[in-house]
Every structure is written in C-alpha cells, then in structure tokens.
Design a protein around this ligand. Structure first.
Ligand code: PGA
Length: 246
C-alpha cells in the first residue's frame, strides 16, 4: 500500500486502432473519480492515435505521449519517421525513448542520447528506458549495463527534471516474470544513486499486471510503472492503479 504520487504509463506498442477509443471511456471516468488517489495516468499509443487520444482526453488529466522519435529536431527527408516537434504538435507531452524493442533493432546509447536531447528541446518529458538482458543478468552485469546506458544516454544533459527513468529488465518484458522484491529495490536504489543533485523518478516496467502489482507496490522506492500488455485492457489498467493504493 502506498499514498505516494505515482505514474502509470500505458505503452500500447503497435496495437490499437480507432475502435480502441471507446475502451478509454472507463479510464476517463476513473481518472475523474476519487478512486484514482495519487495516481497520474499517461497513455503512449501508436502515433496514428495520438491526435484522437488527445481530443478524447481534452477534459481530463490523462497525459499523452509518443513511443519514440527521430533524433533530428528539424524537418527533413527521413521516410517513415516523426520527430519530437511533430509529436508535440499533435498533442503529446511525453515520449518513450530507448525502449529495448528499439535498442535490439540497433538504437545505440549515443543515438538515444540525441533523441533525448531533441525531445527535451521540444519540451517533451522523456520516459527513458534502461534494462539488462537475461544473459547480462546471469553474468551479474546489471549494474554496469545500467550505468553505461545512463552515462551515455544522458551525456551533456544538464537539466534532468523532465526525465523519468524506466527500469525495464529485457527478460521481464512480456514474459510474465518480474524481478525479486529485494533485487528490484536494490536496482532502483542503484539507479537513483547515479544522480547527485535531484533524484529522478524511477518507474518499473516488465509484465506488470493486476496480480503482481500487490508485490510491486510494496517496493517503496519505485515512483510508478510502465505497463505494456495489461494497459490495453481498461479494466486491468484501472485495477493496477486501484490495487497500488488499496
Ligand atoms: P509488458 O511491456 O508490460 O507487456 O511486459 C512493458 C513494456 O515493454 O514497456
């Protein structure tokens, strides 16, 4: 149980279409009720839906974000991409950067650093994903991997108050597995220890669901959750928030 102000970020990945909009009614109602307590909801749908979500959320407090952006903050010949200015222009206030599903396709720490810079310049808040693979975990490299991802990803970025760190162990994403309580507490503590002045908000992501939230909510240095699969189901998403506070 917690009374903390917590972030619940829905990562819809490459799912959803216009007919998904009606599933948001329940969530909008919930967001206006007292039951939401200290929870802040943010949806990151595919780019094709950002504008519709933005209209739908016009009279409520639910935030909207993109799931990635191009590193260039000027318009240009980059077929198939959108940049942070474009996301901002259609109503996004957040953007996920460095998700492992994009790192695995070749996004380097350096490229992620450029993307974060361009997003911050466009006045977007960044959900910066970091996390180790199963192999790296087995080799006890979790800390060194996170340290490298943070160091290069945030190189030459002075003002970090608009950055959320999302710790997503790659082996936990979509697998139904979550880290052990003590391990997760220590990893989040380690991530926070990398920041000297102001501690960043650190979210956890990877197989969060209405069942395991009763374990995750007890880890008191976590500031919220990045939720994939379960966030596409309004009831599950709401249950996760409710159970965090019950
Ligand atoms: P999952 O995804 O909740 O489906 O594991 C989380 C994520 O990839 O952000």
């Amino acid at each position: 149980m917690t009374n903390k102000y917590m972030y619940f970020i829905a990562n819809w990945k490459m799912y959803g279409n216009l007919s998904s909009l009606k599933t948001l009614d329940k969530v909008i109602k919930f967001s206006k009720s007292k039951e939401i307590k200290g929870g802040r909801l943010i949806y990151c749908p595919p780019n094709t839906l950002i504008s519709s979500f933005s209209k739908k959320f016009k009279n409520c407090q639910i935030g909207i974000g993109g799931q990635n952006c191009h590193e260039s903050d000027v318009y240009g010949a980059h077929t198939g991409f959108v940049n942070s200015q474009m996301l901002k222009n259609i109503g996004a206030h957040f953007v996920i950067i460095g998700h492992s599903e994009n790192r695995v396709k070749g996004e380097s720490d350096k490229l992620i650093n450029l993307k974060i810079k361009s997003a911050l310049d466009a006045k977007l808040k960044v959900i910066f994903c970091i996390g180790e693979t199963l192999n790296e975990k087995k080799k006890k490299k979790t800390h060194s991997i996170l340290s490298r991802q943070i160091k290069i990803g945030l190189k030459n970025i002075k003002y970090k108050s608009n950055i959320f760190l999302a710790y997503e162990p790659v082996w936990a994403i979509g697998s139904g597995l979550i880290p052990k309580h003590q391990d997760l507490f220590k990893t989040v503590k380690y991530i926070k220890s990398k920041f000297k002045d102001k501690l960043p908000k650190v979210l956890y992501g990877g197989s969060v669901n209405p069942k395991n939230i009763t374990i995750l909510r007890e880890i008191n240095n976590i500031d919220g959750f990045l939720i994939g699969g379960a966030s596409q189901n309004a009831k599950k998403f709401i249950d996760i928030v409710k159970k965090t506070y019950s």
